[in-house]
Design a binder for this molecule. Structure first.
Ligand SMILES: Cc1cc2nc3c(=O)[nH]c(=O)nc-3n(C[C@H](O)[C@H](O)[C@H](O)COP(=O)(O)OP(=O)(O)OC[C@H]3O[C@@H](n4cnc5c(N)ncnc54)[C@H](O)[C@@H]3O)c2cc1C
Length: 460
């Protein structure tokens, strides 16, 4: 168990950083610890992956450890008084229809079994054995896939109230604002705006804080990197975590369309990765959970200056967002996949144009496990990242577990999942996330897709 630090600097105010800061304020042993949170942009971060119209809150995991952890988070999401996280429309329990194409995708099948076990009785999760059952369950006039299940009994055959397991979605930005308010009102956290450009290393390679510019530094006993997809720019995480861009497309609805779709469940096809969350404020989002696009950039190795690695350049994938580049376009490949999904999932909207699209960046690890651990070679440095496209739902519980991990009390199985993998374990890995949930083509490079689109554009 490490000693309690007298100062903790958390870099990043996304769901990992902010929930950690709040959790520290709730622990008596940290009552005298100075807690600082710094983010490169004002809250809510315009390009952080925790900020968006919606995020799915589900316990449908093929891994029982995450299924149980998500079910724990859901007990808080389900509290819906105005003073609770799930209140004021921040959490909507719409149900989830998870489907796949051509038989039983192992991830979907395993999720089905886990959710059924957690529910305690078979009828709590409803199998959808064919396309017509899927179409009946989603109530959008369309369908997708040919096998799946739903986790809220929208078919109304069984009483809902006693179910332990249901799925829904959260207004991500509103939930983060709620958490920020909770954290600020403790009056224990100093919030700063600034970009950490590098870590400050001692001669023995301990981390002493971060550099904000050549002349400005922030020192702390413990530095926690909760910098999401940007983390590999501050510490070498090759083979352990990488940024992958995912597409999001939005289209406006009429009030009649909004009303007619308001009772649809979340509709997710794990085979092509595309999913639609019920609309809000007359905006519908079509998204894709895929291998995504990499954005390779070459930087100086962020290792300590005293090491040989420091002199070398490394090529890693980092986010490219509208904060850096306001006019950023989204590859037509991603928009076309969203269009195909929309046509089959909600045919009445098939010709409706997407009025906006953007990239959102996952911090992908090879196994889809989070990376929540002390750095094995740099004392004073803790990593709280690796969301791998599924971290948001843990907002009510992840900070507590990160604080456990800081103090050395995180229990297995999560400690085992979130550990630092050895060099042998990651040797030869190209960074693709192989957690079984990913679809689409691996190896897509954002720049190449944009160049292909530019050529097509210049020919037409
Ligand atoms: C398109 C998309 C859909 C998703 N859907 C779901 C879903 O349905 N359900 C679910 O559970 N999860 C989902 N996720 C995953 C979830 O949103 C992420 O796992 C989670 O938000 C990660 O939070 P974070 O705190 O690690 O990162 P972020 O929210 O990105 O926070 C990182 C912060 O660090 C700051 N920062 C970065 N570099 C620096 C620096 N050098 N100095 C200072 N500040 C810095 C950034 O400004 C940012 O605010 C989705 C993610 C995406 C992108």
């Amino acid at each position: 168990m490490p000693e309690v630090p007298s100062s903790i600097l958390i870099v990043g105010s996304g769901v990992f950083g902010l929930s950690t800061a709040y959790a520290f304020t709730q622990r008596p042993e940290y009552a005298n610890t100075k807690i600082t949170v710094i983010d490169r942009s004002p809250f809510p971060s315009p390009d952080g992956s925790s900020i968006d119209t919606s995020r799915i809150i589900r316990a449908d995991y093929s891994d029982p450890a995450y299924a149980a952890f998500a079910a724990e988070a859901q007990t808080t999401w389900r509290k819906t008084s105005p003073h609770d996280l799930g209140g004021e429309g921040r959490y909507i329990e719409s149900g989830l229809v998870l489907v796949c194409n051509e038989g039983m995708n192992p991830y979907v099948k395993e999720s089905f079994e886990n959710v059924r076990t957690m529910c305690g009785y078979e009828g709590a999760v409803h199998e959808l054995p064919d396309r017509s059952a899927i179409e009946k369950a989603v109530k959008t006039g369309g369908g997708s896939g040919n096998w799946g299940y739903l986790t809220q009994l929208l078919l109304c055959e069984i009483e809902l109230t006693d179910l332990d397991q249901r799925s829904g979605w959260a207004d991500a930005q509103a939930s983060m604002i709620f958490l920020h308010h909770l954290a600020s009102s403790t009056n224990r956290i100093t919030f700063l705006i600034g970009t950490a450009t590098s870590l400050i290393f001692s001669p023995s390679s301990s981390v002493l804080g971060v550099n904000l510019s050549p002349s400005q530094q922030l020192h702390a006993d413990l530095t926690i990197l909760a910098t999401g997809a940007w983390t590999p720019s501050l510490i070498d995480l090759r083979g352990r975590a990488t940024a992958t861009g995912q597409t999001l497309c939005y289209l406006p609805l009429t009030s009649l369309e909004q009303a007619s779709l308001s009772s649809m469940p979340i509709f997710f096809n794990m085979s092509d990765g595309c999913f639609i969350i019920p609309p809000r404020n007359q905006i519908l989002k079509v998204a894709r959970h895929a291998y995504g696009y990499s954005n390779p950039v070459t930087i100086r190795n962020p290792s300590p200056p005293s090491t040989a690695a420091y002199e070398k350049q490394i090529t890693i994938s980092l986010p490219r967002t509208t904060w850096d580049e306001p006019q950023q376009l989204v590859p037509s490949e991603g928009i076309a996949a969203s269009r195909t999904a929309l046509i089959s999932m909600i045919p009445s909207l098939s010709t409706r144009a997407f009025t906006s699209a953007r990239m959102c960046w996952y911090t992908d690890t090879p196994t889809g496990d989070f990376l929540i651990t002390h750095h094995p070679s740099h004392s004073g440095l803790f990593l709280a990242t690796g969301g791998s496209g599924h971290g948001f739902k843990f907002l009510p519980v992840i900070g507590e577990r990160i604080v456990d991990a800081v103090g050395g009390t995180l229990e297995t199985p999560l400690r085992e999942r979130w550990r630092w993998r050895s060099d042998e374990e990651i040797e030869g890995l190209n960074g693709d996330c192989e957690d079984g949930s990913r679809s689409g083509q691996p190896g897509l490079v954002l720049r190449e897709e944009m160049e292909r689109d530019a050529k097509k554009g210049s020919k037409s």
